[in-house]
Design a protein around this ligand. Structure first.
Ligand code: TRP
Length: 332
């Protein structure tokens, strides 16, 4: 490694292996991960322990989902040579450091994290566990075990990062300056709604995943809701309220193309069906190369396991010494 690369700030981020990634992830978090590789030393983690905090009752999918997710990452451009890709449970120091952080974290800090009460209200009482309460501490351990200073996350994760910073300050205050305070880098979530206008989610069946076939994309896009006031083709439409139009703007259409679509819609010369066909072509062009790489990768999942094994080795080589520092600082 050259000295230039050795001094780049270190990034750590993770995703829970809870289901297939979709085009919203690609244009949001995952796309950012790919781009960050140019400027940062990146560590990307399959947060399988975190998946257990909410999904402990049915654990069958965790391992396989992790492999599929890594296929998505690599197919989208996360490079296992330049970046470290690993599975959280392969590096035992995550659980170990989270346990130590638990010694110094007041319960009230954890109880007031907004996602804590929010998720319990939304998902139910099975989340009233010690592990779920400790979710942000495990996340803190994920980051500081590598002394990462940048954490690309969505807006929803900011309270977790805030808690991480507080815990780091408390640790350093009690035991000396071991850990840097990590900083969030907000991944702008793209304004891509699902086909039905609701939040895009695999579980709503309204998402285009990175594994979607051309046929599936056609079907999904043709089912999209357009301007509800535009009933007949000769009715002029309002692109500002049309989900298809907001997608087109994010799908790499040029300014001239966008203007043409806008004018076609408002003058009723471009019909909704033709417009959706245009969008479907753009989506297919975006997804196709990723899907094809993904399929190739999934032909032999052992290669993906090997990426994770090698990543875990590299991760442990960083985490081990940092853990030793924390243990010594705590007088153990
Ligand atoms: N909690 C994050 C999420 O749900 C996933 C995550 C786990 C994470 N560990 C992390 C993100 C460490 C950033 C850094 O999106």
């Amino acid at each position: 490694m050259s000295t230039a690369t050795a001094t780049r700030p270190r990034v750590l981020s993770g995703m829970r292996p809870t289901g297939q990634l979709h085009i919203g992830h690609l244009l949001g978090a995952l796309g950012n991960w790919v781009r960050m590789q140019d400027d940062y030393e990146c560590i990307y983690m399959v947060a399988d322990l975190h998946a257990l905090t909410t999904g402990y009752e049915d654990v069958r999918g965790i391992h396989a989902n992790g492999i599929e997710m890594v296929a998505d990452w690599v197919a989208a451009g996360v490079d296992p040579e330049r970046s470290i890709i690993f599975r959280q449970s392969d590096v035992p120091q995550h659980a170990e450091l989270a346990q130590l952080l638990g010694m110094i974290t007041p319960l009230s800090w954890l109880e007031r994290v907004p996602t804590y009460k929010g998720q319990i209200d939304e998902l139910g009482e099975h989340l009233l566990t010690y592990g779920f309460l400790g979710y942000p501490l495990l996340q803190t351990a994920d980051v500081i075990l590598y002394k990462a200073t940048r954490v690309p996350v969505g807006q929803d994760q900011l309270p977790h990062l805030e808690l991480s910073r507080e815990v780091v300050r408390r640790f350093n205050h009690l035991y000396g300056p071991v850990f840097p305070e990590p900083e969030a880098i907000i991944s702008e979530a793209p304004l891509l709604l699902g086909m039905d206008g609701r939040k895009m989610s695999k579980s709503y069946g309204n998402a285009i995943t990175l594994a979607s076939s051309d046929e599936e994309i056609d079907k999904q896009v043709m089912s999209m809701v357009t301007d509800p006031q535009r009933i007949k083709k000769d009715d002029p439409g309002n692109p500002e309220v049309c989900n298809v139009f907001s997608w087109q703007k994010l799908m790499g259409a040029s300014d001239a193309e966008i203007t043409e679509i806008f004018e076609g819609c408002t003058s009723a010369t471009l019909g909704c069906v033709a417009d959706k066909r245009d969008l479907a072509e753009r989506v297919k062009a975006l997804i196709r190369p990723i899907r094809e790489r993904r399929e190739q990768l999934m032909v032999d999942p052992n290669n993906l396991e090997a990426i994770l094994d090698e990543g875990a080795e590299r991760a442990r080589a960083i985490a081990g010494p940092v853990m030793a520092e924390a243990i010594a600082a705590m007088g153990l």
